[in-house]
Every structure is written in C-alpha cells, then in structure tokens.
Design a protein. Sequence first.
Lengths: 138, 431
Amino acid sequence: MEREFEVEGGDFANAGSASAKVKEIVKSIGFSPEAVRRIAICSYEAEVNIVLYAKRGKMKLSVYEDYAVLHVKDEGPGIEDIELAMQEGYSTATPEMRELGFGAGMGLPNIKKNSDIFTIISEPGKGTELRIMIRNEK
Amino acid sequence: MKNNPSEGIQTLTIISELCTGCMKCVRGCPVEAMRFRDGLPFVKWEKCIHCGECIKACDAIQPLTTSFLELSRFKYTIAIPSPAFVGQFEKHITPSHTFFALKSFGFDDVVNLAPFCSAYFKAVKFIVAESDIPKPVISSMCPVVVSLIQTKYPSLIEHLLPIMPPRQLAAKQVIDSLVKEGVYKKEEIGVIYITPCISKMIEVKEFSEESYIHGAIAIKHIYNEILKKIKPSEKMDIGNSLYGFRQAVAGGLTDIIGEENVLVVSGIKNLKKVFDDIEMGKVRKISFVDTYACSEGCIGGTLTVDDVYIARQKILSLFSKRKSDEEEEKLVEIYLKNRFNPVKRWGTKKREKSLSLGVKLVTMKDELLKRLPKIDCGLCGAPTCEAFAEDVIEGEADERDCIFDMIKHKEIKAEEFLLRWKKRGGKDEAE
C-alpha cells in the first residue's frame, strides 16, 4: 500500500500535518506502538526539514509485509556536507527559524536513531532524497 | 440498552422513554463510540473512554453511579469527597461544614484528600527527575486520560505517571489503618468517592488489587441533601492541609513542581492535539503534562453542580496558602514506594492483526469512503461517513444503510424514509 503527501516549503502553520496523516494510517493498519512512535518521529522530522529548507517536497509512505518505508524527496538547496549534517547539534537554520523553535540540529540524527535503515542522497542545488525503513517490531 | 458486558465496563445507561432520536449523543462523542441502532443509542463499550460528553449532551443518558442502597453491605463506610466537591458551595460554607454534613448523612468517616493531592505533585517532581521514564511524563490521575491513551495513543503508555492517584492512596491508607486496628476486616470496609464525573466508576467496577474504591456517588445526586444538613455551628476537624483542594482546577497545583517545564492541558480535544504532538516528538523541553479530560479540570465534570468558572474562582481564592508539613512528606515517600501501573486496570486492549490484513482493511475502508457522500448526515446511525465505513468493514453495518446509496440504486419512497426516521426514534407529531 502506498500513500503520498505533498509538503509546501515555508508553510509553518501546517508543518506536521502530513506526518500526522502518516501516523494515523500506520496506527489503523496495526503497527506496534513502538513502530508507530518511530514512524511518527521520522516523518515529522523529514517534513519539518522540507518546510524549513525546501521549496516543496513529497513524502511517500509504503507499507510492506512487516515494515514501512518513508520516501521523502524535496526540491531544496541540497546538503553541502552530509557527514556534518548528520552530527547532532549541527544546523544551518537561520536565527528566524530558531526563533520558531526549529533548527536544533537534531532532525537528521533523530531520523537515523529511530529508523532501521536510513539512506540520504543529496546534491547541492538539486535537492535531497531520504529513504527511511522502519520494521514493525513488537 | 443492548450491549455485550464482556466488551468493556459500562458507566452509563439510556432512558429509552426520553430518547427522541436527535443523535446529539452520537455526534457529541469525542471518540466516535456511539451509534444509533434499532431506534436507540448504542455504545461500543470497547471504544468508550467514559468521558461523559454524551451525558452532557442529553438527559436520556444517565450515569451509572453507586446507589446508597449498595452501601448497606459494608459495616464501616468512608466518604472521600473529590476536591471538586468543595467548590460547589457558597464561600462561607467551608469544607469543615460540608464534611460534617456528609458524615451526618450516614458515613462513619470522611477523609480530607487535600494533603494527598499536594503530596502527589511533590512526588511528581521526583518521578520527572528519573532518567528511565520517557519525557514528557503524563499525569495518570484522570481515568479518562488513561483510557484515551490506551485506546488511541498506546505508544504513550510508557509516559504515564507510575504512581497511584491521590484518591486511591487515601483509600488504601485508611483501609490499611482500620484493618491494622483489628476492628474491621478488609471486606467490611467500604470507601466511597464523591465524584464529579463517571470515569471513577471504572475503578469501582474493575475492583481488584489495583483499586481501593468501592463506590462512587455523584456530587449532583447528593447535593440537595447535603445542603439540608449543613449547619453553621457544626464543623468537622479536617486539619490544616487544604491547599491540595486546588487539584480540582486544571493547573491548580503545578506551582509545587515549578511551572517552567510543565504543560497544563484540559478538554479532550486539546488533549488529543497535545498527544498527537508528543507522538511526533514535537513537544520538547516539557517534562510533565498535567492532564484533565474535563475543561478547566475536575470542576468541569459532568456530575458537578456549580458553574465551572465560579467553582474555579472559589477554590483558587479559598485555598491560596500553602503549608507543607511532616505528614505531607511522609505521603510523598509512600507515593514513591507504591509504584503503580495505571493501565493494568483496563487490561490490554490489543487487537492482534497482521500488517497485511491491516492494509487490506484500510484499503477497503478508503475505497468505500470514496463511494460515500462524506456529508456526515447521520441517517445511517453513525456520527460520520468515516465511522460508518469502519462499521461496514467490521461487519456491523451494511453499505445499503446509507440513504444516499438507496437513492442511487432505487427511488426511495417518502414512506420508507419516514419509516426509517421513526425507527431512529422520531416522534409521530412531526409527520
């Protein structure tokens, strides 16, 4: 099963609405509470990254036999140094973003921490693509 | 009322003579646990969180609380008035007066819950400082909150505060000391909560080692009798610790923990929003969420008498001086020693299904929803088209119950429509 959601860049008022839908779907499908928690956190962090940095993006949820995959692709500035971006506390957020409570540099590390497999492909000027796999463990 | 007792605890009943089929109860339910079937409201108990919104919506729905007759099976009865109780009277009528009135009502003793409430919030401070409990810690005092988390937010169960609610600790203490004295046996003692809401009935009905409360009497059911028994000259000594009565007001005691990292949330709609945010990891730098299912706290309960804002004003102004004593410190220790699993009482409501079956059901529901009008007219007896789709998938309803489906497939006659409406409880004079 697949569901795709559009995310608008800069739309702080609705940040989190796509991940809220993702969360509802995986809950009603019957993922374990722990898996729901991890999927919810990963999708929220990914969505917020689009809102913060990209023009727009898409988040696709795919459900398989015993795992879920989030495929997140944005039209954004891309990441110069992925290794650096994966470090806790590193952020390129502007003071305005921080003012809104975002940009603590925990987004990508949080996704990594809460997923079973996480891949990130990014090219400066083109955008960023995430693939996040989460197993339905009890 | 039709229902299957094995499906859940029942806390309300339907007076069929009073039901007009208006569906206010069905639409007012925040968790879509109500339906209209065979001319009467029908509760899906496995979904019900016992919040009492349906009771607020309609007089045909009445709480199933404890009756006085049931108390005769005990040799010694103790009343524990909820903190909301003391906010229901004029300001010059103090808790010492109302507690006396309660006692003269026939209870052998009346327990002051205030010190237990203050100590509870002090204990919260210690629990929140523990590293192995996920943050934010969520208060487990309100049974509706616990029920909501268990049915809709199971991933937050670990966040629930692992200590007893004040009423339970107070009941346990008083039972333990009476048994120790040797005059009464455990089964001869009855502890009755004077309750502002129906949710405490869960603790009564599921009486087990986890609950020390044997009955709950609604504030509004004894209010008139209490008023009659209040005399200015007759007071009961209830001690000096009264600040804890502020627990009846949402956020009334959060100053004990220090307010900086505390969130106070009341009302089911607001709770859902905050729980959604916590699930997504959106709530940061908050260590404790003080939660109340009723707006503004327990004073907003369905079974209270006075206006919620007036009760709030009275309680906050009457009990504004905080005194901490040795007794309270002892209680804090007892709270911390008696760790408690707040969801154990309900058992686990896990529905085992494979993901592939889950996907199949969700896909079926989405397909069906596409065919439904999505205007939530309610003529099928479900509050929304989505709830109806779920009922169809679960085999509890038929797609042809949708009036729009009928119109689509054949010309529905006016008589049929009327018959349908009557079946739902519509009265003849409206024809």
